[in-house]
Design a protein around this ligand. Structure first.
Ligand SMILES: NC(=O)c1ccc[n+]([C@@H]2O[C@H](COP(=O)([O-])OP(=O)(O)OC[C@H]3O[C@@H](n4cnc5c(N)ncnc54)[C@H](O)[C@@H]3O)[C@@H](O)[C@H]2O)c1
Length: 263
């Protein structure tokens, strides 16, 4: 049976691990050729090798990229073009999160959060849009968050960046609506990826004044479905948005929150 993304070329930022890796695996299963682009270049190559080992037909490559730097973004898209073909599907999953009260949010934390989560999305989109417009087909999928829909204390920089991603998504969707290029956002709730490592768990424990070992259970208990999202839950939405079936959907932000957010 043909996959829903047969022979499409996709570039996934932040694809070395976590949600980006889950999306890469689903896209490969759907027949796409995938460039895994990550600041961790070795991680990107390892993830690509892992995917190739899982299926003989798999065309996956690892590409180093720093999404905050225009030159690096240009090189990553060029390398993908040379090795796989023109980028037809862009997934912006590279991200950074630091939980801190406003008094503890340094300019470095603010700048880094906005650079990776928002400027990175802008630079990646700017690089791939011309070829998508020219071919008359393209899909852009941006990882926002439930923190892009609703304020969350101790997440000022992160919320600002993720609300910003939704604004960028809507503006670009309008701009490209007549070009066959759709632009949508996906807003996960809690996904226990490496992002929820010991440092973030400790920061969250401080925010709630609770023991670090209680954090994951507490977060899960607040979700109506009483479970965190899996990377597969998020990847399923991304695969649909990247497919031909989603041709009439643009400028939307899809919650993958188990019922936590409903707007
Ligand atoms: N995990 C969650 O609970 C959750 C919830 C909502 C939204 N999100 C968003 O989903 C996306 C993926 O999250 P995740 O949990 O997989 O995160 P993660 O921390 O596990 O992975 C992020 C990846 O981005 C890469 N990266 C960081 N800076 C980069 C840069 N400058 N250039 C290129 N790559 C860079 C990292 O190397 C890493 O491989 C992020 O945008 C995140 O904000 C995550």
């Amino acid at each position: 049976m043909r996959g829903m993304l047969e022979n499409r070329v996709a570039l996934i930022t932040g694809g070395a691990r976590g949600i980006g890796k889950g999306i890469a695996a689903r896209f490969v299963a759907e027949g796409a050729r995938v460039a895994i682009a990550d600041l961790n270049g070795e991680g990107a190559r390892n993830t690509a090798a892992e995917l190739r080992a899982s299926s003989e037909a798999c065309r996956a490559i690892g590409v180093p990229v720093d999404v905050t730097a225009a030159d690096s973004v240009r090189r990553a898209v060029e390398e993908t073009r040379t090795q796989l073909g023109e980028v037809e599907i862009l997934v912006n999953s590279a991200g950074f999160s630091k939980i801190a009260r406003i008094e503890d949010t340094t300019e470095e934390i603010w700048d880094r959060t906005l650079a990776i989560n928002l400027k990175g999305v802008f630079l990646m989109c700017r690089e791939v849009v011309p070829a998508m417009k020219q071919s008359g087909w393209g899909r852009i999928i941006n990882l926002s968050s439930q923190s892009g829909k609703k304020g969350n204390s101790s997440y000022t920089a992160y919320c600002a960046s993720k609300f910003g991603v939704i604004g960028l998504t809507q503006a670009l969707a309008q701009e490209l609506a007549e070009d066959g290029v759709t632009v949508n956002a996906v807003c996960p709730g809690v996904v226990f990826t490496e992002m929820w490592g010991p440092e973030q768990v400790a920061d969250y424990a401080r925010k709630r004044n609770m023991a670090p070992e209680d954090v994951k259970e507490y977060l899960t208990s607040k979700i109506p479905m009483k479970r965190a999202a899996t990377v597969e839950d998020v990847a399923a939405v991304a695969a649909f948005l990247a497919s031909d079936d989603a041709a009439y959907l643009t400028g939307q932000s899809y919650n993958v929150t188990g019922g936590t957010i409903m707007h």
